[in-house]
Design a protein around this ligand. Structure first.
Ligand SMILES: [Zn+2]
Length: 212
């Protein structure tokens, strides 16, 4: 418990104020990072706490959500949760929190990259539980929304990272050909100049070649 501090949040849906746990920076012990940016920690995982769930109305959101326009549609679709998600969270509770935010993001038509990110985190949390089927299911949904994001005209905040994730998720679900297409695009596109993403794309492409 001593790993957490509490941050005051205001519900974007009903306006209620509540306190939600966050992991103190001094208590974060990173062990390793997977090739799809999933970070493994010893002890508390700060990513478990990126979603806030309002104890009053059950609305789930992150710092990146926009205040919902169609409030009535969301209110009909959600209920206050019976579990307390404002304090220390197990992996299972983090999954419930993210599923709640995902439901609200879908109802509120949030940006595709936000929806994709929630699915990606759900894939990671299921990886921690060694629940391969759920991991794959969520990776595929993340991929679907990252692809929608690049097809829509909206400006992407971080196009290189989105392209990389599309390549990397394709690689993880066994679509090597499509993965290579995206890694090649990152390496050859002069507009992409993120050295980390370019290096990681080369490494993944190399891994696909080596596995053949
Ligand atoms: Zn609320």
């Amino acid at each position: 418990m001593d790993e957490l501090f509490f941050k005051e949040k205001k519900c974007l849906l009903c306006g209620a104020k509540f306190k939600s746990g966050k992991v103190k920076r001094s208590k974060q012990y990173m062990l390793k990072r997977d090739s799809d940016f999933c970070i493994h920690y010893r002890g508390e995982n700060p990513a478990f706490y990126n979603v806030y769930v309002c104890p009053q109305c059950g609305y789930g959101f992150t710092d990146n959500f926009t205040p919902p326009k169609e409030k009535e549609i969301i209110k009909i679709g959600i209920n206050p949760l019976e579990v307390d998600l404002c304090s220390s969270r197990s992996v299972e509770e983090a999954i419930i929190a993210y599923q709640t935010a995902l439901k609200c993001a879908l109802l509120g038509k949030e940006r595709e990259t936000i929806i994709a990110g929630l699915y990606l985190h759900l894939a990671w949390f299921n990886r921690f539980l060694e629940n391969k089927d759920e991991e794959m299911k969520n990776l595929k949904k993340a991929l679907e929304y990252y692809e929608k994001a690049i097809e829509s005209d909206r400006d992407l905040e971080n196009p290189a990272t989105v392209f990389y994730l599309i390549g990397e998720i394709n690689r993880r679900i066994g679509n090597d050909k499509k993965a290579v297409k995206f890694f090649a695009h990152i390496i050859n596109d002069k507009k992409i100049n993120d050295p980390n993403i370019i290096r990681m794309s080369r490494e993944r492409w190399q891994e696909i070649r080596a596995a053949r």
